[in-house]
Design a protein around this ligand. Structure first.
Ligand code: UFG
Length: 341
């Protein structure tokens, strides 16, 4: 039987992808995963099945491989949309491997867009990042805040992919997209069964904190305490990955319900800024433990403070965050405790 609400999800075994697949299943969709597991694990699919009691179909495919992607997508001409997560995402690594980042992030988007056109899939939900705002003129940014020149190949691929998608909707009548600019995703599924799986030494704050709490890392270094913020440390907008996942379902529904034929940019954040020291203190309090940390020098390329104005997401998607920061910090720790690193 052909399912009526099939959605293709590239990178569906990854961190944000897997949580979104869970929320898609919960909302009655039939997600079809395309993932080559380069930065994820195939057992995540089993965990999704454990949570939802549904085993999503999964095709092991590299999204840069046009022939392979076409072979998969041709089986789903009735798909109501495609959510494109599959991409490289580490700022530091992108500086070391610029060609890989441009080739993978831009190459796979182009393959996906071609496949969508070939098989009549009209709606794309794209993973962008608040990195496009760079060092913004104000701490709080709206979608109208200027996009600044990128300071890393990773950031530049997100800016470029957004442009490609906008040009694509200008060029074709039957194509609409949401460009979702994520702030800082943290947390894990409340069951503790899926979460973030960083490879090697984590670059991001949250997995570094949980690995330090677990004893895998000796201590966390706070990258600078001399910023022009109340406690001197950087401010970010930390959003629970389950809230982020739900926003993808809403974005898809928005595209379908409005028969959207343009590219709409949407910030996904809580609207609240939190400093690195506030995160550390809250993590210690909510999980009743002490974290070994020290203040170190600034990290090159870090912006001082940024958080989202999330009014557009509320207005267009009817979406607001449901989880608190404390819940996110609790879920991150529960997930970390349950995995073998
Ligand atoms: N931090 C530390 N110590 C660490 C790791 C991080 O103090 O060991 C601090 C950072 O300096 C920053 C905050 O924690 O102030 C958050 O850092 P992350 O690396 O977790 O996240 P970023 O805000 O730097 O990066 C995020 C996304 C990127 C995106 C970038 C844009 O992960 O994809 O925002 O600025 F490009």
């Amino acid at each position: 039987m052909m399912h009526s609400k099939t959605v293709l999800v590239t990178g569906g075994a990854g961190y944000i992808g897997s949580h979104t697949v869970v929320e898609l299943i919960n909302a009655g969709y039939n997600p079809i995963i395309l993932d080559d597991f380069r930065n994820s694990k195939s057992w995540i699919i089993d965990r999704i099945a454990q949570i939802t009691k549904v085993t999503p179909t999964c095709h092991q495919v590299d999204c840069q491989d046009e022939g392979a992607v076409m072979e998969v997508v041709k089986n789903y001409p009735n798909a109501i949309g495609l959510i494109h997560f599959a991409a490289d995402k580490a700022v530091g690594e992108s500086i070391q491997k610029p060609v890989q980042y441009y080739q993978n992030n831009i190459g796979s988007l182009c393959v996906i867009l071609k496949a969508m056109k070939s098989f009549g899939i009209k709606h794309l939900v794209f993973s962008s990042s608040c990195t496009v705002y760079g060092e913004a003129d104000t701490a709080v940014v709206t979608e109208e805040s200027p996009v600044k020149a990128a300071t890393s190949p990773y950031g530049d691929t997100k800016i470029t992919c957004e442009k490609i998608i906008r040009y694509n909707s200008n060029a074709h009548d039957n194509f609409g997209a949401t460009l979702l600019r994520y702030f800082n995703p943290i947390g894990a599924h409340p069951s503790g069964l899926i979460g973030e799986l960083p490879q090697g030494v984590p670059n991001n704050l949250m997995p570094y904190i949980t690995q330090t709490a677990k004893g895998i890392r000796e201590k966390l270094t706070v990258f600078g305490s001399d910023y022009n913020t109340p406690d001197g440390t950087n401010i970010r907008d930390y959003i629970h990955v389950m809230d982020l996942a739900k926003a993808h379902v809403k974005a898809l529904q928005f595209l379908n319900n409005t028969a959207c034929k343009e590219s709409v940019t949407i910030n996904l954040g809580t609207g609240k800024g939190t400093s690195v020291l506030e995160i550390i203190n809250a993590f210690e309090n909510v999980n009743q433990l002490k974290l070994n940390y020290e203040i170190g020098p600034r990290r090159v390329g870090d912006v001082e403070q940024i958080y989202a104005n999330s009014e557009r997401a509320k207005k267009l998607l009817g979406w607001t965050c449901e989880y608190s920061l404390n819940e996110a910090l609790k879920h991150s720790w529960e997930w970390e405790k349950g995995i073998d690193n």
